[in-house]
Write a new protein. Structure first.
Length: 164
């Protein structure tokens, strides 16, 4: 994995650029352009924002809470964030694999706990429970053998789990 130094560096560069540099640069650029090309030309706006520093202060005091509310709505009140994550899972086989593995491990752990509780009460497994365990083992074994990072078995599994 670490052999891809060029691509890894490119990824880190893009993250640094888009997350930090471009964000700060865009904010400064927007404030400067809007003030000197729009507000300074209109006397009505100039009375509200007499100078650049006051403009930046007022826009910051009003803008940051508005943007926080928009960000909150994006994550908590709209389906936009869920759609982004759906796309991430659909397009990233490693992300898919992690989610599917977690679901499988959860199923296995619940079954093991059920069996441990039964054993701790000195109860024997019924024939039906043994058949369930054998079926679960067969199902999981077949699934693990058939899936790869290039086929869509993990995605199909996730879609089936979501629809249940």
């Amino acid at each position: 994995m670490k052999n891809n130094l060029g691509f890894r560096s490119w990824y880190y560069f893009r993250m640094g650029w888009s997350t930090y540099f471009a964000f700060v640069f865009a904010a400064i650029n927007t404030l400067t352009v809007t003030y000197y090309l729009a507000i300074e030309k209109y006397p009505v706006l100039k009375t509200i924002f007499p100078n650049f520093i006051q403009y930046v202060f007022i826009i910051t005091v009003i803008g940051i809470p508005i943007l926080v509310i928009i960000g909150y709505a994006h994550y908590k009140r709209t389906r936009a964030f869920q759609s982004e994550n759906d796309i991430l899972v659909e397009s990233n086989p490693y992300q898919r694999r992690t989610i599917v593995n977690t679901e499988i491990i959860l199923q296995i752990n619940l079954k093991v706990i059920e069996l441990l509780l039964k054993q701790s009460k000195n109860e024997q497994l019924t024939e039906n429970e043994l058949q369930e365990l054998t079926a679960l083992q067969g199902k999981l074994s077949e699934f693990v053998k058939s899936r790869t990072f290039t086929n869509n078995n993990d995605l199909s599994y996730l879609k089936k789990e979501i629809n249940q």
